[in-house]
Ligand binder design. Structure first.
Ligand SMILES: C[S@@+](CC[C@H](N)C(=O)[O-])C[C@H]1O[C@@H](n2cnc3c(N)ncnc32)[C@H](O)[C@@H]1O
Length: 224
């Protein structure tokens, strides 16, 4: 495996002895984008919020402060190293009931329908095995009226790294908007962020409509 392939795989799912270092680098490099995604949620005290692919966990304390002791934060990550590290670093918050960190992949999450008021996922969608399934699953775990902020480096910035070499995907904003809409999301809007440590980026905001019926009902009625 070449060095660039090794680095790409570490960023996609940190593992092994380098994982703590990669986690710190991700936290530093992705902080502006995480803050922009969090801003897009309009969080209030008492809310329940999810971060999918939390990595080094740079977002988790910020989320926790915004929802306060009456709220709850959850994180999901496919990397056992990130989940173990997060459970160690945030053990007090977890013990107090304010945070739960789970191991798993976005297309099959361990929470019931409508568990969260809001969710973010930052610089992760390139690595999802099935983006359409992941966006449907995000929709399922948010309550009607809930907001999802999907943030990532711009497709032009990602293209320069030629992610297809490593089996990763790159999405333009219009492609993501279509995928979000197909997964049931409404009110889809995007905001470009210029510059910053990780280069140009995009924050997409989508809402689960208040009158949403469960996905399974929509699928069966559209087949009728
Ligand atoms: C580039 S890091 C970004 C971490 C963090 N969101 C940030 O902004 O710093 C990508 C993270 O997404 C996680 N990830 C990759 N594929 C995933 C999937 N299918 N489901 C959940 N998490 C995933 C990785 O393990 C890694 O921690």
């Amino acid at each position: 495996m070449g060095l660039d392939s090794y680095v790409a795989r570490q960023i996609a799912a940190p593992s092994g002895r380098l994982a703590p270092l990669v986690a710190r680098l991700l936290n530093a490099g992705n902080r502006p984008l995480n803050l922009a995604a969090i801003e897009a949620l309009d969080l209030r005290p008492g809310m329940r919020v999810l971060d999918v692919g939390f990595g080094g966990g740079g977002s988790l304390r910020e989320l926790s402060e915004r929802v306060g002791s009456g709220g709850a934060v959850a994180g999901l990550d496919v990397s056992p190293a990130m989940v173990d590290r997060g459970r160690t670093i945030f053990r007090r918050l977890i013990a107090a009931g304010g945070l739960a960190l789970e191991l798993g992949s976005v297309e099959s999450m361990p929470w019931p329908d409508a568990s969260f008021d809001g969710a973010i996922s930052v610089n992760t969608i390139f690595y999802w095995p099935d983006a359409a399934a992941g966006l449907r699953e995000m929709w399922r775990v948010l309550r009607p009226g809930g907001v999802f902020a999907l943030a990532m480096r711009s497709s032009q910035a990602v293209a320069r790294a030629r992610p297809e070499r490593f089996g990763f995907k790159n999405y333009r904003t219009d492609e993501l908007a279509r995928l979000l809409e197909a997964a049931g999301w409404t009110g889809i809007a995007s905001r470009d962020l210029r510059g910053g440590l990780s280069g140009n980026a995009v924050v997409m905001r989508a809402t689960k409509a208040q009158d949403s019926s469960p996905l399974v009902d929509r699928e069966s009625s559209s087949c009728a």
